[in-house]
Design a protein around this ligand. Structure first.
Ligand SMILES: [Zn+2]
Length: 124
């Protein structure tokens, strides 16, 4: 018998644990649905990511910035999870939850990299 895993548990699980949960059918939202292909999942991730970006205004929050390589950035202290540790279908859910809580903003790659780092004077 399968048990439902909460979003909280899924968020804190390691990749291997998540794969095991998925295999056992313990993850929410998958019960009774046809098994989706990786292509479906990729498309779903892209669609939801684009929707989030649109919802967040569609551009880097730094005034006057016109860079288009947008990244979803966590506002405030560092996230308690690492994007690289989560499969995309978990990541997008976490991003959506952050957006709901007003903890997500858009930064271009450049501004995201510079964020939090002390400003350094470049030698001339
Ligand atoms: Zn920018």
């Amino acid at each position: 018998m399968s048990r439902r895993v909460t979003a909280e548990e899924a968020a804190n699980a390691s990749y291997a644990e998540l794969m095991a949960m998925q295999e056992a059918g313990d993850l929410p939202g998958l019960d009774g649905k046809p098994r989706r292909t990786n292509a479906d999942r990729a498309k779903n991730y892209q669609t939801r990511r684009e929707a989030l970006i649109a919802k967040l205004g569609g551009k880097c929050v730094v005034k006057g910035c016109t860079n288009t390589d947008l990244e979803l950035d966590h506002i405030g202290p560092t996230r308690d999870w690492r994007a690289s540790d989560k499969p995309r279908w978990v990541r997008i859910k976490l991003y959506e939850q952050e957006a709901e809580r007003g903890e997500l903003q858009l930064l271009c790659g450049d501004h995201n990299k510079r964020k939090g780092k002390p400003k350094r004077r470049r030698a001339s």
